[in-house]
Design a binder for this molecule. Structure first.
Ligand code: FMN
Length: 185
């Protein structure tokens, strides 16, 4: 029997009706059997400050680093802000990436994103991929989950209702499971 896989999820928006939060929730609903997903809150992560780090990681950062380090894989749902990913995500990744024991090293990571525009986070995802090259994470390259025109794919409560996107998400999660199992026999 295959090992149970524990995933953690990072959502780069603090908005209560965030499309990207909705995407992460849909991923949880559509997980293959044998996987679970714990969303890690980013709202309590302070702005990065090297002076503070010199005295030790603040508690929310230490917890985030520990949980990412212990996970079998990381899912990220990013909004697109000014053709890039969000500052919330950038700040959290910057904290997590500081030594010792950078927890994204060799970590399976998969990126998705939703936006109301027609380009649906393509540019944000490309920037984020570049960051994970530097951090030596094991990024799932394809398939990709890019959700344009989000206003027509989520209901008023932020639930992903579009059947095609739900099917794609399911396929993507299976591909991520296979990617993790290939990397960690
Ligand atoms: C500061 C800012 C910059 C934005 N820039 C872009 C952009 O470059 N491309 C885009 O598709 N949407 C852009 N948007 C719109 C966001 O995609 C939209 O607000 C989306 O709902 C944010 O994701 P969320 O629903 O998960 O909060 C921007 C929004 C903000 C607040």
């Amino acid at each position: 029997m295959s090992k149970h896989l524990h995933l953690v999820g990072l959502v780069g928006s603090l908005r209560s009706r965030s499309y990207n939060l909705g995407l992460m929730e849909a991923a949880r609903e559509l997980l293959p059997p044998g996987l679970d997903l714990e969303s890690l809150p980013l709202g309590m992560i302070p702005p990065y400050n090297e002076d503070i780090r010199a005295g030790g990681f603040p508690e929310p950062v230490a917890e985030l680093r520990q949980k990412i380090g212990a996970a079998d894989g990381v899912l990220i749902a990013t909004p697109e802000y000014n053709y890039s990913y969000s500052g919330i995500l950038k700040n959290a990744i910057d904290w997590v990436s500081r030594p010792p024991d950078q927890p994204f090293l060799d970590k399976p990571v998969a990126i998705m994103g939703a936006s109301p525009t027609l380009f649906g986070t393509v540019r944000a995802q490309m920037h984020l991929r570049q960051v994970f090259i530097y951090l030596d994470a094991k990024l799932l390259q394809r398939p990709e989950i890019i959700v344009p025109d989000a206003a027509h794919k989520f209901d008023a409560a932020g639930h992903l209702t579009d059947p095609t996107t739900r099917d794609l998400l399911k396929t993507w999660l299976l591909a991520f499971e296979q990617w993790i199992r290939r990397l960690t026999p």
